[in-house]
Design a protein around this ligand. Sequence first.
Ligand code: NDP
Ligand code: OXD
Length: 310
Amino acid sequence: MAILIAVTDRDVRPLKEKMEQQLPADTEVWIYPDVPDPAQVRMVVLWKHPPDLLRQLPNLRVISSLGAGVEHILNDPGLPQPVIITRVVDPQLTLSMRNYVVMAVLNIHKRLGFYLQNQQQQKWEKPSPVERSLQVGMLGLGALGSDIARFLSDMGFEVTGFSRSRKEIPGLDCMNAEDHTIEAFARRVNLLICLLPLTPDTEGILNYRLFSHMPKGSALINVARGGHLVETDLLRAMEDGYIREAYLDVFGQEPLPVGHPFWTRAGIVLTPHVASITDQDNAAAILAENYRRMAQEEPLLFEVDPSAGY
Ligand code: NDP
Ligand code: OXD
């Protein structure tokens, strides 16, 4: 039996090595495109995998994302049935995302953009007020969103969360799609953080209509997926004053093409999909444990519900 790692955007030899240390000696770990016998592959680990790969693996039982998101798996037209889909949920991934979001929130709160701009002109000026008062809205209260929302609340920010199902989280004002409209949520916040999974329901959710329910001068942090944001709507919402600042880590097309208006739009800070990156040692432990569970026919860690899309 074999595990195939099909990850095309990074060196995954450390992941293979760590997995091998934790797996039974007779389990092969291959790195795509080195697949000596596709029929032996029972588990595959995917990130930016080649199209048509899944159709070539006739005995696949488990597909794991190397990250938290799974839309690249669920949208694969070659997805076999039945199959178990899992993902990575890891304290290190959460900590790293928390640090990114806190960095962006504090920059917005402390008005760093204002000072950076003034520094270019050697201008000494104190804004009024010196700190922006923020009502934070966390879209998505899952593994990442709930942790970060709680952390921001502990830092003293007022935080409202929005999830699909009802939740009660100490320190947060929780709203949900069963009882509230997303527009009612948007009206309460002037900083929107997106930590939703990309599903048919959430695609394009960050759009002009939503932004226009937020107070003028609001801010956006999108660290989830580029597909959540209607990019032209953000530019329009910035023109019309609803959004003043945006921190964007993810884009419809990655790498973001040269000449894209986001590169030069004042008020946008962009990073190349680095908000939080899976730690290969920790992922290896999860994957090896899931391989053991698969062999023992036990429930796997961090299974995805394909009907929900996450
Ligand atoms: P989870 O699956 O743990 O949580 C998803 C949350 O979104 C849940 O609270 C869920 O609600 C909510 N949700 C889903 N659909 C809707 C909807 N239609 N309306 C309202 N709420 C909804 O995801 P994670 O927290 O682990 O990760 C979130 C995303 O972050 C990932 O899918 C990935 O795309 C992105 N990510 C980005 C990274 C980066 O570097 N930029 C790194 C890691 C992740 P409920 O609780 O009711 O189910
Ligand atoms: C993820 C990511 O989903 O890195 O883990 O985007």
